[in-house]
Design a protein around this ligand. Structure first.
Ligand code: FE2
Length: 672
């Protein structure tokens, strides 16, 4: 007598997820025994697979099946309907004995092939001991190596996914259409939204600061209009090194760099302090843009551009304000490379700060934004997709943290840094300079600099007051670490289980090779020996793709929308003597009108929150169904909610709220 199973199919609740095609299923047990290959049809017809539909069908099996291990699904044309793409969320099967089996899918099915999906229980290879399970695993990994390949975009920087277009990516990672469409208009859309389209080709210089105000007035964020008022202010200039869009360059200074000969007379002219004492007390800070030294600069609209490689000294005052006290715009001390001081003329000092802000833009975008979040997140994702089967616990944990990363990076390569990309055309380092900076940035990469607790200590910033990036970032790191430790600790009971997991070891080995370019001296793991090493690395992976990216991405328009605070490029060289600057030279130094508006519109698009945004720790796709991992996810979400409440409460008392690491606005993955 046939056994009857009850199969419930959930179609995704996203645009165009439905199918009009015929859907067939076969149930497979751990011994490889199969049910009938069954057409899932009901009186509802094609409505059974409409967007968000949950539909139940009977499936019979000639023989009684044991524990279910797999489902096999295929989709066939259903004339007169054309073949279409179906986003299948999950399948649940109830056996005649009353057992329930869950099959997470969460992907598009576009072709007529048979697709196999594993039951939800997470298994390492050594636990996947049935012949059917082992066969599936082997085939899945072979297919993954075919589907995902490494590519080199620029020699000497982290590798990327080989793909012809975002739409050619394998179904497993093909995104919802929403964001692709929203992103599709890119810069042109930004120009339209900011009502700047008429200025896009205007190659004239700005002649009045009021004119910049006129174009800026169409779009404010909660912060960008404050920036417009504060951009000349020294305390605000200092504040941005801690809590602006690039909190990554500042470090404690205990010894002056040899190439930055600042004296007590320069910075404490009335003898109020001594540099040496202040350095000993931990009150002196340094920002050094040496990575930009000697970089070949762009030519924009036929005009040569300039980029400084400055050194900045900052002093923590008695009222805990970080004040810039000296700026040298080129690395090599020389007569024609003056050290600018707050006591210089208004425009000498302001011009020096403008060169710093422009240098910071170029450094921030290429090193701390593109390389250290976008490109590394892609490496973590590609290695995951190549080396870990869908049933592996680490796949289940990390796949939500890869959402849209391959697509956004493809678009970044196509639209921002390609030969006619907006960064290439309108940033001082666009073109050859960009490649030099990226290579130097890659060489400067260390494991500890990616792990915020280590990074903060190494930069000597443990006790700097009013450093909200650090405060919120460290709490987030701890919360993620606790979650990863709890969840992976459920699957890896001891170090030997980590050492023996060849799939896991392949994941880290490919990251070491393709992300860290096999650099031995920078502290990166090339394999995992202990559970603790694994937990730390996975914490870094999640933190980098979510929190760190949010910290360096979300404030781009806040701080860069008002161009004078963040010029993408400058049209005059750094002054070689004091006393030669004025309001007029400042305006000549600023980027021209077309460069300004292209910069503004790009930063606007890259700082927006999109409608399919998923906040950190939210997993609408249920890859884990077991009780213990579900509990860890629940606790993770509770911890994040508490932190979000604390950050919101703290921000109420701040003149400038620091919002970028509020878990409610941190996205799960690098997706913009
Ligand atoms: Fe980004």
């Amino acid at each position: 007598m046939n056994s009857m199973y009850e199969v419930t199919v959930t179609t995704g609740d996203i645009s165009q997820a439905n199918t009009y095609n015929k859907v067939f299923i076969t149930l497979v047990d751990t011994d490889g025994k199969k049910s009938d290959h069954t057409w899932l049809r009901s009186k509802n017809g094609v409505a059974s697979f409409s967007i968000g539909a949950v539909s139940t069908f009977p499936v019979s099996s000639p023989a009684s099946l044991g524990n279910l291990l797999l489902i096999e699904l295929d989709k066939q044309p259903n004339p007169p309907f054309p073949e279409d793409s179906w986003f299948l969320s999950q399948v649940t099967v109830k056996s005649p004995e009353g057992d329930t089996y869950n099959f997470p899918v969460y992907r598009w099915i576009s072709d007529g092939q048979v697709h196999q999906f594993r039951e939800a229980r997470a298994l390492r290879a050594s636990e996947d001991i049935t012949v059917t399970g082992m066969d599936w695993r082997k085939n899945d990994l072979t297919q993954r190596m075919d589907d995902y390949s490494w590519d080199v975009y620029i020699d000497g920087i982290a590798h990327c996914m080989k793909a012809d277009s975002p739409l050619s990516l394998p179904c497993e990672v093909r995104s919802t259409f929403t964001r692709t469409i929203q992103m599709g208009y890119t810069v042109l859309k930004g120009l339209v939204e900011l009502k700047l389209k008429g200025l896009a080709d205007n190659q004239e210089n700005w002649t009045h600061i009021d004119d910049i105000e006129q174009v800026f007035c169409y779009r404010f964020t909660h912060l960008s209009d404050r920036v417009q008022n504060l951009w000349r202010n020294d305390a605000f200039f200092g504040y941005q090194f801690l809590n602006g869009v690039n909190p990554m360059i500042i470090q404690s200074c205990t010894v002056l760099p040899e190439n930055f000969p600042v004296t007590d007379d320069m910075v404490f002219p009335s003898g109020q302090c001594r540099l040496e004492d202040e350095m000993r007390k931990g009150n002196i800070f340094l920002c050094d843009y040496k990575l930009l030294d000697g970089v070949i600069t762009n030519v924009i609209n036929d005009k040569k551009q300039y980029l400084a490689a400055p050194l900045i000294l900052l002093h923590r005052t008695a009222n805990d304000t970080l004040m810039p006290i000296a700026i040298q715009l080129k690395q090599k001390p020389a007569e024609d490379n003056p050290i600018f001081l707050p006591t210089d003329s208004e425009y000498d000092w302001l011009t020096a700060k403008i060169f710093v802000r422009s240098a910071d833009f170029n450094m921030h975008q290429l090193n701390f934004h593109l390389l250290r979040t976008h490109l590394l997140a892609e490496v973590f994702a590609v290695s995951l997709l190549r080396n870990l089967p869908m049933v592996h616990p680490l796949y289940k944990l990390l796949i939500p943290h890869t959402h849209f990363t391959l697509q956004i990076n493809f678009l970044a390569r196509q639209l921002l840094i390609s030969d006619d990309g907006v960064f290439t055309k309108f940033a001082a380092s666009g073109g050859e300079g960009m490649i030099t900076i990226m290579r130097r940035a890659q060489s400067s990469l260390t494991y500890s600099s990616l792990c915020i607790p280590d990074d903060i200590t190494e930069r000597g910033l443990d006790s700097v007051p009013n450093f909200y990036y650090r405060d919120d970032g460290l709490r987030l790191w701890d919360i993620i670490h606790r979650f990863v430790q709890g969840l992976l600790g459920h699957y890896y009971k001891n170090d030997a289980e980590v050492q023996k997991d060849s799939e896991l070891q392949s994941w880290i080995q490919e990251i070491f090779e393709h992300g860290f370019l096999s650099k031995d001296s920078a502290g990166f793991p090339r394999n995992f020996n202990t559970v603790a090493e694994l937990v730390k690395f996975v914490t870094m992976v999640i933190f980098t793709g979510s929190c760190q990216h949010s910290a360096v991405n979300s404030g781009q328009y806040d701080y860069g929308g008002w161009m004078p605070n963040t010029p993408t490029s400058l049209q005059q060289p750094p002054p070689t003597t004091k006393g030669t600057t004025s309001k007029a030279t400042m305006l000549q130094t600023f980027p021209d009108i077309s460069t300004t508006v292209h910069g503004m519109s790009t930063l606007w698009l890259l700082s927006r929150q999109y409608s399919d945004f998923i906040p950190l720790g939210h997993y609408p796709n249920k890859h884990f169904t077991e009780e213990i991992p579900r509990k860890w996810i629940h606790d993770f979400q509770e911890d994040l909610k508490r932190l979000s409440d604390d950050i919101k409460a703290r921000n109420k008392s701040l003149d400038i709220p620091y919002t970028y690491l509020d878990p409610a606005v941190v996205e799960n993955s690098v997706a913009i």
